[in-house]
Ligand binder design. Structure first.
Ligand code: PLP
Length: 381
């Protein structure tokens, strides 16, 4: 990213996709680099600075620079998915290392930790998302190499105090990584709060249009761990394609507008349905009644995100019937796109789920808020 941009606000840098224009054509939108391989000079050197695009594709440069800039990071790396990004970090640890992860977290990653990372050799233990005491006690006993945080966390949007957790990590010698997918770089800056690594499922808010699977990591230092992660990406080969990278950069140009609109809609919807007779809970960190509200208000700026869950008084059947009656919300998994999505989460997660059966997860999009409120209202009645 050129120096002239360092004082510009993140929304400006994102809108311009870093603002970089490349020689010789001075394109406002970067080209897609499709070549897998690069010419070697007669002297054996690589004058273009690239060898083979499994290691890194020039199409990544601008998108990675933008993510690093938005996170206040030294560097960022793109992956073929959010899962690939998270897996690369865990695989950069050493079998025998201990890892602490939250009890409530993105289901597929929890499953991967239990079914792949544990047999591979990581000692995985779970802490209560919003209990710093529980985290501290487990960190002092297990001496984890890595503490994983997800905040707000799927699917109940529990909040973890990132600054407090990083203090415990410093004391016990752990690295802190934050899955900031639902918080987005617009609302939370984990690195500013002391985290070492930030992870995004770029499939969600960063891309924002339900048309790319991608992941990203960002780091506070380009250190030995970061170089191991780089090797896991290139060596393991879970790399993002150049066209997906280009779409992701295009999506990120409207990130700030999309996140602001989703936050405003979600806050209005949560306030409207809070206390509704058919619901036992509206789980949204922007409501003063949410147990994590005070911490969320400290570590999230400009909104509380676009994710919420509703718990139906009538239990599982009522939750499924509610989802079935929705007309504007699309019934689908995933989150963070411009269109609103609803999901009966427990039946997607399947056996072993920790998600309450009476819960419907809502990803609030950027539609007109009255259409969303009207849809929820008719589906509840
Ligand atoms: C979707 C998601 C992931 C996994 O990302 P993929 O891009 O689907 O691989 C991880 N964490 C959170 C919070 C997510 O929402």
């Amino acid at each position: 990213m050129p120096d002239r941009n360092t004082k510009l606000r993140p929304a400006t840098i994102a809108a311009q996709g870093t603002g970089r224009v490349a020689a010789p054509y001075r394109e406002i939108v970067p080209p897609i680099h499709v070549s897998t391989t690069y010419e070697r000079g007669a002297d054996g050197a690589y004058p273009g600075g690239r060898v083979y695009s499994r290691a890194d594709n020039p199409s990544y440069d601008q998108a990675e620079a933008l993510i690093a800039s938005l996170e206040g990071a030294a560097a960022a790396m793109l992956f073929a998915s959010g899962q690939a990004a998270a897996a690369a970090l865990f695989q950069s640890l050493t079998p025998g290392d201990a890892v602490l992860a939250p009890r409530s977290m993105y289901w597929a990653l929890r499953k991967w930790l239990l079914e792949y990372a544990s047999p591979w050799g990581l000692a995985v233990e779970f802490y209560e998302n919003s209990s710093i005491d529980d985290l501290a006690q487990k960190a002092r006993t297990a001496r984890p190499r890595l503490i994983w945080i997800e905040t707000p966390a799927n699917p109940t949007w529990d909040i973890t105090d990132i600054a407090a957790a990083t203090e415990i990590a410093r004391e016990t010698g752990a690295t802190v990584a934050v899955d900031s997918t639902s918080a987005t770089p617009v609302l939370t800056h984990p690195i500013e709060l002391g985290a070492h690594i930030v992870m995004h499922s770029a499939t969600k808010y960063l891309n924002g249009h339900s048309d790319v699977i991608a992941g990203a990591l960002a780091t506070v230092h380009d250190d030995e761990l970061w170089q191991r992660i780089r090797y896991v990406r290139g060596g393991g080969g879970a790399v993002l394609g150049p066209f997906e990278t280009w779409l992701l950069l295009r999506g990120m140009r409207t990130l700030h507008l999309r996140v602001a609109a989703a936050c405003a809609n979600a806050q209005a919807i949560a306030e409207y349905f809070h206390g509704h007779s058919e619901l036992t809970h509206v789980l949204y960190p922007g409501l003063a009644s949410h147990p994590g509200h005070a911490v969320a208000a400290r570590q999230m700026r400009g909104g509380f995100g676009g994710m919420m869950s509703l718990r139906l008084r009538g239990g599982e059947d009522a939750a499924k019937a509610f989802a079935a009656r929705l007309q504007v919300f699309k019934r689908a998994t995933s989150l963070g796109s411009v269109e609103s999505l609803a999901e009966h989460r427990a039946s997607v997660e399947g056996p072993g789920t920790t998600c309450p059966a009476d819960l419907v997860r809502l990803s609030i999009g950027i539609e007109h808020v009255d259409d969303l409120i009207g849809d929820i209202e008719q589906a509840l009645s």
